[in-house]
Every structure is written in C-alpha cells, then in structure tokens.
Design a binder for this molecule. Structure first.
Ligand code: ATP
Ligand code: MG
Length: 144
C-alpha cells in the first residue's frame, strides 16, 4: 500500500502543480495487504482529484498508517469542507454536494461511490470526517 500511495501521488502531481496546490505524503508506513493495486490506486486518485478540484485547499496531505488491525489511507484537505447533512449520502452514486460547480467541472458523482466499492471489495470501508470551512479528511480503512 505504501507504493500505491506514492504512485497515486505521482499521477496527481501534474494537476496539483497546475493548480498551485502542494501535495505531500506526511506518513507512509510500509504495509502489505492482499488486494488489487490498480483498483486501490484508482481509489486514492479519486480522493486526491476531488481535493484538488473542489476543496480550494492550498495543500493536500496523504498518509498511510496502521491502527487496531486496520491500514488507513487518508486524504486530507484544508478547504471548504462538506456539511454534516451530506455525510450520510456522500458515497452514493450520483450524489453531488456542490451541484453547479460539479456539473461545470464535468463531475458525474461516481468517484466516491467507486472509492466505497473498492474499499468494500477489500473487506474495508470508506469514511469522511469534515468540519465545514476547515476541510475534509477522506479515509480508506482496510483490514491488515
Ligand atoms: P466524478 O468523481 O465522477 O468525476 P464528482 O467528483 O462530482 O464526479 P464524487 O467524486 O463522487 O463526484 O464527489 C461527490 C461530490 O462531493 C462532489 O461533486 C463535490 O461536490 C463533493 N466533494 C468531494 N470531495 C470533496 C472535497 N475534498 N471537498 C469538498 N467537496 C468535495
Ligand atoms: Mg470525483
């Protein structure tokens, strides 16, 4: 998973540079799980892309940690955040929070549903923590 995080970051670096957003890995614990590297990389890329496009954050932090038998990949931004009323549905297909902006940007509302699905395929789950105005942290938790 640690190489997955690096690969996902490298894929997103050009877009981050263009948008003048700093993309950094703050922690990357060596972690091996049974799974599909390409799908997991796609999941992380979806989260990073969202942070680059929607959050307005000048910095996006990636980390991979281990805790209580779970590996956790976090994508953290310091942007507009997502209000609590959206949290229960945020991982649903076609669910958009910033509808106008998403449509202008060509978003379909599938990215987070795919993240959830990929986490579940690995017997894990995706979650969101957010304080509006302070940013979002999306996590993918996978059993070790
Ligand atoms: P797609 O990923 O299919 O191109 P999308 O990005 O619009 O389309 P999702 O990735 O599922 O769809 O995200 C759903 C919505 O959640 C987005 O349209 C956006 O409004 C909101 N969102 C997602 N990530 C963030 C974030 N980091 N900060 C603020 N809003 C976000
Ligand atoms: Mg998206």
């Amino acid at each position: 998973l640690d190489s997955t995080l690096i690969n996902a970051m490298n894929l997103c670096l050009p877009k981050a540079d263009d948008a003048h957003i700093e993309l950094v890995i703050t922690e990357n614990t060596p972690t091996n799980i049974q799974g599909d590297c390409q799908l997991l990389e796609q999941a992380v890329v979806n989260l990073i892309n969202n942070a680059l496009v929607y959050s307005g954050s000048p910095r996006v932090e990636l980390s991979l940690t281990q805790h209580n038998g779970l590996a956790t990949i976090s994508v953290k931004d310091f942007g507009i955040g997502i209000a609590p009323e959206h949290h229960p549905r945020i991982f649903e297909r076609f669910y958009l929070v910033h509808k106008e902006r998403s449509r202008q940007l060509g978003g379909t509302g599938l990215g987070l549903a795919i993240v959830k699905h990929i986490a579940q395929l690995h017997h894990g789950y995706a979650e969101l923590e957010s304080t509006p105005g302070k940013g979002c942290t999306f996590k993918i938790n996978l059993p070790l």
